[in-house]
Design a protein around this ligand. Structure first.
Ligand code: N01
Length: 557
């Protein structure tokens, strides 16, 4: 067996996760002249797009926006075939990026990282793989993804089913046949909403097990139009500029960039509001996020949109009794992640599709033959778990992360995550967490957020390397103030009203705390700019021992 000498296992930076963020981090590290190695447990690059390869999986932000902006050559040369790229096309795109920028040779796949431990004396991290191989690095970037650790279903008898079972979040590489099979899908989140219409086309019978109905907007995907592509590519700089000044990091409404509305839904007449909502319904996709400014903060404003969308959903369903079950009433729109669909509600008009409303009675058990609800066993050939993720913190905390004095990140975050800028934690020097808790990442369009945070890491690393010892970490005061700020912003939001992964409510035992910076991408970027302008306020570098003062004032809401 080949043994690699220790020296060869030492890098300036290790990166965990070969998704969108990890790949860009690797690119930046290479550009900065660092030695770097990127690890991923998967057999290929792509992160979320590698694992979530279920039929129907596609992005729900326009591909012109959901793509890297760091290279104009890249964004000009790549041709999207559809307005919203499918999962296979996104994987092809990411592979093209890795090839184009010669990233593959620095990537080690099929390698799960089990622990990352800080060595105080040497100021470096030791990264250990599941097979016991170790690597050392000064800087450690966790690009483990905010929706990558599948949630283990909390269902009695889970594991007993003798038929085929699959997770949308771990979909097999081989083709899965639904034809002639009785298929059950558990869950009605974004994944299920994309999968269900596809399964219904060929399954002999499809049963959807719904615990919470969801709001969903028609996606209105279509093949790429040459004139549209030309127009978008000619105006890319302006598009990116608008994205970076927007709440969600995306701005297209029906194919045209539009500044988010800056007024209350209640400040306009009923007719004007209705026209606006209708236009956005016709435009499709997630464009209500860039609609009126108070939809997430004001009950009455939110109710105008919730009611509008409920009525639209109802119109699509033939049977009023089924419509009653599918129309969401238990939470305001946007309090859970909005879904975008291609014929989801219409699927329930088919003869081979039934809906089981778990609010009338939960799943009592899984058996060898199927699923028991209300004392009745529903026999199935296949069960698909579209049951979601231990989001935002799950993938990171599955790794044993130990900072100064052997302190465990799991213990430090026992009652909820503590971060500065959603990027670093005190006592975990040189450890960066992309798209982590306390950032806007899981609320906003992923790629712009990832690019921005990675650029920030690159600046912090560059600054740290100029210090006496190449060390950077946030002060406890900065971290406490940022955490307080995040929670204070969340207080005024309706996000608390949805039992979703946004607040950790979907995982039993997880602390219920808002995991995101709800002020939005534009505010987050402006805040970070301020930190940099004030000489990295809130961070300490290797030559500085004492935390800087004044940070509490800086981050006060
Ligand atoms: O997961 P989810 P997801 N018994 O947590 C149900 C992104 N994404 O994979 O709501 C019965 O949203 C659960 O019910 P409830 C996007 O950010 C994007 O669908 O907890 N049901 C819920 O219905 C999204 O938000 C795209 O009551 C159980 C479902 O399972 C995020 O990923 C596509 C259950 C889980 O829904 C997660 O989406 C896909 C149980 N024991 C995903 N446990 C794009 O379009 C859970 N459920 C880009």
């Amino acid at each position: 067996m080949l043994t690699i000498a220790k020296e060869e296992q030492r890098y300036d930076m290790v990166i965990v996760g070969a998704g969108v963020a990890g790949l860009y981090m690797l690119y930046r590290a290479m550009k900065a002249g660092l030695t770097a190695r990127l690890f991923d447990a998967a057999g290929g690059i792509g992160g979320t797009w590698y694992w979530n390869r279920y039929p129907g999986a596609r992005v729900d932000i326009e591909s012109f926006e959901y793509s890297y902006s760091f290279s104009d050559e890249l964004q000009q040369e790549w041709q999207w075939s559809e307005r919203y790229a499918s999962q296979p096309e996104l994987l092809r795109y990411l592979d093209h990026v890795a090839q184009r920028f010669a990233l593959h040779e620095h990537i080690q796949l099929d390698t799960r990282i089990d622990s990352v431990v800080f060595d105080e004396a040497r100021a470096e991290w030791t990264v250990e793989t599941q097979t016991g191989e170790t690597f050392q690095a000064c800087f450690c970037v966790m690009a483990t993804g905010c929706l990558s650790a599948p949630k283990v279903p909390d269902i009695p008898g889970y594991g007993r089913f003798a038929g085929e079972s699959h997770f949308t979040s771990r979909w097999p590489h081989e083709a899965i046949e639904f034809a002639g099979k009785r298929v059950g899908v558990i869950g009605t989140g974004s994944s299920a909403i994309q999968l269900v219409p596809v399964v219904a086309q060929s399954a002999s019978h499809l049963t959807v097990f719904q615990r919470t109905p969801n709001y969903s907007i028609p996606l209105r995907n279509r093949p790429m139009d040459a004139a549209y592509e030309k127009h978008m590519k000619a105006n890319y700089a302006a598009l990116r500029d608008m994205e970076w000044r927007s709440f969600g990091g995306f701005v297209c409404v029906g194919g045209e960039p539009r500044q988010p509305l800056q007024c209350s839904a209640l400040s306009v007449s009923t007719d004007e509001r209705r026209r606006e909502y209708e236009a956005r319904w016709e435009a499709g996709g997630l464009c209500y996020y860039t609609s009126y400014s108070d939809l997430l903060t004001n009950d009455e404003a939110n109710a105008t949109l919730s009611e509008f969308v409920r009525a639209k959903i109802r119109e699509k369903i033939n049977d009023p009794a089924i419509a009653d079950k599918l129309v969401p009433r238990d939470h305001p729109i946007l309090a859970k992640r909005l879904c975008a669909d291609s014929g989801y509600f219409e699927t329930f008009n088919r003869d081979n599709v039934s809906l089981v409303d778990l609010r009338e009675g939960p799943i009592e058990a899984m058996t060898e033959r199927g699923i028991v609800v209300g004392g009745v066993e529903i026999e199935l050939d296949m069960i698909v778990f579209a049951t979601g993720f231990d989001a935002v913190t799950g993938a990171l905390l599955n790794i044993d992360v130990r900072g100064r004095h052997g302190q465990s990140l799991r213990t430090a975050w026992h009652e909820g995550p503590q971060t500065y800028l959603g990027l670093m934690s005190a006592d975990f020097p040189n450890l960066f967490n992309i798209a982590g808790p306390g950032s806007t990442a899981s609320l906003s369009s992923a790629i712009p957020c990832d690019e921005h945070q990675v650029d920030l890491v690159a600046k912090l690393v560059e600054r740290a390397r100029r210090a006496r010892r190449p060390v950077v970490e946030p002060t406890h005061a900065a971290q406490a103030a940022w955490t307080t700020r995040i929670l204070a912003i969340a207080e005024g939001s309706l996000i608390h009203r949805g039992n979703s992964w946004y607040v950790g409510a979907n995982v039993p035992g997880k602390p219920r705390v808002v995991l995101l910076d709800l002020e939005g991408f534009d505010s987050y970027m402006a805040f970070c700019d301020g930190v940099l302008a004030r000489d990295y306020e809130g961070f300490v570098f290797g030559e500085v021992e004492a935390p800087k003062v004044g940070i509490e004032k800086l981050v006060a809401v």
